[in-house]
Design a protein around this ligand. Structure first.
Ligand code: GTP
Ligand code: MG
Ligand code: ZN
Length: 347
């Protein structure tokens, strides 16, 4: 079986430094029930998690970098970003849709079903994930003049690039492909039937992913893509295709997404003396985040990207139901704190 050039999949010396000696590096390219396809320099390996990691609930997702030995995943390397949603139902558990993503494309098709509000909610989740969002409006060939719809999307996505494409005519496809540079990872997110897999096939140059047979005009219906898959594009760059999502599932992931991407800092903020602590300047009294910066436990760079995220979230939240979100988050933080102090008192 031919191996992979790990650099093309995004492997770096930074990652190599974090890998335990003796383990073979690989990237999770597909997740199945209980098993993962891992791309390594020696080809694809069907690997499993050891019982110890299953028991600890270690989260492994498509896009993760792992260390394997034999057919066992022995280590999951720290993520630089993670697109997370709440698992279905009333649980507070989260599900990682894709890990180590640089750019997340929010894909919608141009037509009467296009909902700018839905796009806005995707953007919130993506900003929280650590990836950078871009918007893709597909099936441009179905409209004489999409400019009004594009303007409506622009209004909810200030500063976010918008690509208007047609996989049928090729309009905008090369420009979109160029956004997935060598060594970077993109993910396609959006409802079923908007044309995510069709775009992947166009980039790959053949029918890599199955697409919906009939060119039905409505975007609803059965999912064609059934599992998440990471694909190495000819000419460089990596793209993760995903099955269609229903909006609310992703939106509900809000608090969980921050927790996944910046859990360490979020946890620190619970220890700050004041609830309205900005965590931003050295003059904040008894700020646990600043203390971690001073001790070196938290890097300046990570602190900066977290602050940037908070600002972006704030800007978007101002137009959406800001207060509700903040209250939800606060409630969630208090729940975490209560749960922690309960375990502490018990133990
Ligand atoms: N007219 C037109 N049809 C398109 C375009 N792109 C995709 N389609 C059609 O839209 C349908 C759905 O495309 P898919 O690529 O399967 O959609 P998907 O987003 O991958 O859907 P799921 O896998 O279910 O999430 C197919 O019948 C495609 O042929 C386009 O640019 N123009
Ligand atoms: Mg698909
Ligand atoms: Zn603080």
């Amino acid at each position: 079986m031919p191996g992979f050039e790990l650099g093309a999949l995004g492997w770096s010396t930074e990652l190599a430094d974090k890998l335990e000696q003796g383990l073979e590096p690989g990237r999770v390219v597909a997740a199945h029930r209980g098993a993962f396809d891992v791309a390594t320099a020696h080809g694809n390996v069907r690997a499993r998690l050891p019982g110890r990691m299953l028991h600890d609930g270690v989260d492994v997702a498509v896009g993760d970098w792992v260390g394997v030995a034999g057919a066992i995943i022995q280590a999951v390397l720290p993520r630089r970003s993670a697109i997370v949603r709440k698992a279905a139902g009333l649980t507070s558990e989260s599900q990682t849709l894709a890990a180590n993503v640089d750019v997340a494309f929010v894909v919608s098709s141009l037509g009467p079903d296009l909902e700018p509000r839905r796009i806005e909610r995707y953007l919130v989740t993506i900003w929280e994930s650590g990836a950078t969002p871009e918007i893709v409006l597909t099936k441009a060939d179905r409209m004489d003049d999409p400019s009004a719809l594009v303007a409506a999307v622009e209004a909810v996505a200030v500063g976010v690039p918008i690509h208007v494409v047609s996989a049928l005519t090729g309009q905008g496809c090369d420009a979109l492909r160029a956004r997935i540079a060598d060594g970077t990872t993109a993910v396609l997110l959006g409802s079923s039937g908007v044309g995510k897999s069709t775009l992947v096939n166009r980039f790959v140059g053949h029918e890599q992913m199955a697409v919906k047979e009939t060119r039905a005009d409505d975007d609803e219906g059965r999912h064609t893509t059934s599992h998440r898959e990471l694909i190495l594009l000819p000419g460089g760059g990596v793209v993760i295709d995903t099955p269609g999502l229903r909006e609310l599932q992703l939106w509900d992931g809000g608090a969980g997404a921050v927790e996944a991407a910046f859990g360490d800092i979020e946890e620190l903020t619970l220890q700050c003396r004041f609830a309205n602590c900005s965590h931003e300047t050295e003059t904040e009294p008894d700020c646990a985040v600043q203390a971690a910066l001073r001790s070196g436990a938290l890097s300046r760079e990570r602190h900066q990207s977290w602050l940037k995220l908070q600002r972006e979230l704030r800007a978007i939240a101002m137009r959406t139901d800001a207060r509700l979100r903040r209250e939800e988050k606060r409630k969630w933080q208090l729940r975490v704190r209560d749960a922690r102090s309960r375990t502490r008192h018990r133990g």
